[in-house]
Design a protein around this ligand. Sequence first.
Ligand code: GLY
Length: 376
Amino acid sequence: MTDVRTVHVATGPGYDVRIGSGVLAEAAAASPGRRTAVIADTTVANLHGPVVLDAFASAGRDAVLIPVAPGEPSKDLATYGALLRRLASDRFGRDDAVLALGGGVVCDLAGFVAATWMRGVPLVHAPTTLLAMADAAIGGKTGVNLPEGKNLVGAFWRPAAVLMDVRTLATLPAAQIVEGCAEVLKHGLLADPELSDAIASGRIAADAPEDDLIRWVAASASVKAGVVAGDEREAGERAHLNLGHTLAHALEAASGHRLAHGAAVAWGLLYAAILSRAVAERCGRPYRDWSAPVRAFLTARPVPYPPEPAWEQLEPYLARDKKARGGTRRWVLMDGPCAPYLADDVPPDVERDAWARFRATVAEVRRARGTNGGDT
Ligand code: GLY
């Protein structure tokens, strides 16, 4: 029997994140609803729906599985509307609940359904990808995309409970584990050097022992829980969770969304490290290099390469960043390991020079991967 770890998210009221092997069997106990709408994409519904429905049946509780199509396009107003209408036709009420079973798309979409159905019903998150365990399932951000942009509609809605079953990670393609590792690496860089070293040394992989996965997923959850507890509505330090994301969003857009989010974050972390050093040099800030785990991760793991357009071609995408204030870009930078700060006055020539160094470093990574046989 493997360990089950509990991470408490100390918002008011707080909630527990249970991390273990087989914790999906706790689904009925975790759901406060008379009935529970289990929202999952069709792939996840086939893989993990039966375990969840059995948990409710064994407890003598009612649950209905409501499938959606897999993929980001489901995180839209049409699917959101269809889910609300399904809850209406199935006569779900105020005393019922929603359980989000799946990756980030389903966490955000089903979370927004829970936030708005009957002005809000209890929500349980059961993330089934490493990316969603690291990010979407903790912190209460829910929402959908518009054709005009991602996550433009949403609400903060705290889950009542979160169940992270590491058995689900065994069903993921290796590329999705690598993607999730990027967000876990970010948490390590922000607050837990042991965690970033674990990622850099490849100790988090789908075939890792379950106890190790539980340990590192819990470590990542602790970092996010700590940040969210201090600033749930992102008035201040929660923005630090966007480390690497300013460039990542631009790279995703510049690639026509072919570069996956986690891969873009990994490269975004590299740019953030390079820019942090450049800003420290320009402004005379004390600086301790924190790029080693990022370089090690990018060299050792087959993270797909980013587009490398001229800086001027990236700038329109950077201008769309939600953190931008009054026309100036806002970066999350670090003066050293675990020392993040927000910078909104980075001189344009420093950004551009850092991009040139970034491209040179991507070339180094290509060469290193070529020599260690890990190129893709
Ligand atoms: N994904 C960043 C946050 O939850 O604030």
